[in-house]
Design a protein around this ligand. Sequence first.
Ligand code: A2P
Length: 267
Amino acid sequence: MNKNTRIKLNDGLTMPVVALGVWQSHEGTKNAVLTALKNGYRHIDTAAVYHNEKDVGEAIKESGIPRNEIFVTTKLWNDDVRSGNTREALKKSLENLGLDYVDLYLIHWPAEGYLEMEKLQKEGLTRSIGVSNFRKSHLQNLLSKVHIVPSINQIETNPQMVDEETIQYCKENKIGVEAWSPLGSGACLNNPKIQEIANKYQKSSAQIILRWLLQKGIVILPKSVHENRIKENIDLFNFVLENEDVELINQLNQHKRTVPDPDNFDF
Ligand code: A2P
């Protein structure tokens, strides 16, 4: 595994295992994306509701890197699903990004609307389609209705929040898993156990957590607007966590979410 390593999705597409996440990046977004691309990232994860697709698009253009070398994900917001504006929403995202297609389009929170996404994939507006924040029960319901199994489920996953049941279900159904807030929005970095393991490997806490996720076969989307951290968060391929350390981090799970549970959200 190295920073160019890609995982194969169930539709045949491949995706780099490390992405730059831009949730809560705000005015730092363009610079962060440019910095990431300069430092070897080839996967950027945004969403309509982050209101920074334009900055992401400008950075991609300014980087000079060919479009087909960068994997771009965006997401369909809840209001657009509910009002049946799925197609219009993707068109708007593409306009904001300045792109003809995205690589992956996700339903941001559990909702109907997936069948419309299947059409958008056929039209070539998105190469792959998937979901986000779906728990096992949402996926079971979805799979009973769809023609195309989602390629990805992007869920909150970090040392204090692991939904093993959903991850296992995704594995069984060949749905790739991506971790949003892999660092627990920063909350996991000061955990004494993580710091102890970081000392052992002479790595930062962030690197230990990100490497732990990669070794579990999970794609990571760390967010940072700082160059040193952006570099650090993809510098994960010159060490391997021993199984006993993977297990120690597994034991930190508290099922503690930083946002509402996907079964009980009101936005
Ligand atoms: P910043 O953007 O100011 O660098 P997550 O990806 O889990 O949502 O975590 C993002 C949070 O963690 C942000 O507050 C980000 O801050 C911080 N962060 C990201 N990478 C690192 C790192 N390598 N070391 C310390 N903090 C980090």
